[in-house]
Write a protein that binds this ligand. Sequence first.
Ligand code: GTP
Length: 464
Amino acid sequence: MALSFIKRVFTFGKPAEEQAPEAERPDEIAAVEAGQPEPRPHDEDLPVSPVDPVAATEIETAGGPSADDVAENVELSESETEEEETLPILPDAEDASDTGVAPLSLLEAEAEAGQASEVPAADLSTSAENGSREVPALPKGFSTALPEPEPVAAAPAPRLTWFQRLRAGLARTSSQLTGQITALFTKRKLDEDTLEELEDLLIQADLGVETAMRITGALSSERYGKDVTGEDVSRIMAGEITKVLSPVAKPLQLDLNHKPHVILVVGVNGTGKTTTIGKLAAKLSGAGLKVMLAAGDTFRAAAIEQLKIWADRTGSEFIGTKLGADAAGLAYDAYEQARANKSDVLIIDTAGRLQNRTELMAELEKIVRVLGKLDPDAPHTVLQTLDATTGQNAMNQVEIFRNVAGVSGLIMTKLDGTARGGILVAIAAKHKLPVYFIGVGEGIDDLEPFEAQDFAKAIAGLTH
Ligand SMILES: Nc1nc2c(ncn2[C@@H]2O[C@H](COP(=O)(O)OP(=O)(O)OP(=O)(O)O)[C@@H](O)[C@H]2O)c(=O)[nH]1
C-alpha cells in the first residue's frame, strides 16, 4: 500500500492554505485524515478520486442527464409512445367520425372489426418503422391483438447533490421550525415577548438552551424593535449554529504509524453501529486501505452475520467468534490477526445494551484494557454512534459512553426523516466532541463527512 497514495486520498479537497508544507509536516504521511473532503462532495464538477466508492458511483452518473434533459426525454418518450399506440388503430375510427357517419349497427361493427384484423402486412411494417414490432400477416380466420409497443426505459433520476440530500433528510426538522418561526413573526415586531417565544421554539426543536440564547441574542442585537421575517431569523439562526458546530466538524484522523489503527465503535443497540462500520469500511477499502472488521457484538447472532455481510460487500477481512464468547478475547485475537496481516485499519463492533449498564461498562472497559496491552495507544479512536431520532436521549448516551469507553468522536445516524436533527447542535455545544460523519440513510454511500455550515443551513431551511 503506497502511503503517498493514501495521503492523496485522505487529504483530498483540503484547501491548499490548510495543508502545511512538506517540511512542516514530518508526520504527514502517518497522520492521514479520513473524511472531510473539501471541495464538498456536492460540488459535482470537481475532480473526484476514482478510488472513492461513493465518488465512483458519482462518476458513473456524472455524465448523465441534467434535470432538464431528463424532463425533455420523458416528454419525448411519452409523445413517442402515444404515436406508437395510436398509429395502427386510429385511421378507421377517425375516418368514421370525420365524415360524420352515423354509428354502425352491431353487425356492421363486427364486419369492420374483422377487416381491421386483416390489415395487410405492409401496413403493419409501416408501424414497425415507427418503432412497433412487426406482426406477420395472418391467414383468414385468425386475429391477433396488435403488439404492445416496447416499454420505454424510464430515464434515471438525476443524482442529488449531498447538500440536497442533507436538506431533504432534515426537511422535517427545518420545516417544523421555520413554519413556527414564520407564524410567530407574522405582523409582529421583535420585542421581549416574541424573543421569549422564539427561545422556547428553539429549545423545543432540541437545539439546546445555550444555542437558543445565542440565536435570540444575535437577533435581538440586530433587529430589536423592528419588523422581522422568517427569512431574517433563518439566516441569523444558520450563522449562530455554524459558530457552534464549526469547532466540532473535524476529520477522523487515522494514524497509520499504527498497523492497525484501531477504531472501537460503541453506542446503544440500534443506533447504527454495524451499518456505520460497513459504510466506513467501504470508504476506507475503496481508498485502497486494508481493513479488518471484528464482530465484537457477541450477544447477537444477527449482528455477527450483518457485519460479515458488510465485510464481504466492502472487500474487508472479517473476524468473528461464537455467540456469547468473550468480546475482549475477540478484540485481542482481532488485533493480533490484523497486525499479522498488516491491516491498516481494524474496526471493532461492540454490543450496546444500556439496560444492562454494569455488564456493558465492564465489557467495554475490558476491551479497552486488553487493546491497551497490545498497543498502549489503542484503541486509537473510540467512535460513538448516535441515533438522531432519539433526541434528548442521545445527549445522555454521550455522557455514559464517554465515561465508560473514553469516546473520542461521534457519528450521528438517521438524520434522514427525523424532526429532531437539532439535537446534534445541543450535543456539540455541551460535549464539544468531534463529529466526524453523519448518516442520512441505510445505503453504503449514505454517510458523509460532517460539515458545519451545510448542516446549519439545512436545519434553518436555507437553500443556499
Ligand atoms: N434511515 C436510516 N437508517 C439507518 C441509518 N444508519 C443505520 N440505519 C438502520 O438502523 C438499523 C439499526 O442499525 P444497526 O447498524 O444494526 O445498529 P447497531 O447499533 O449495530 O445495532 P445492534 O447490532 O442491535 O447493537 C438498521 O435497520 C439500519 O439499516 C441511517 O443513517 N439512516
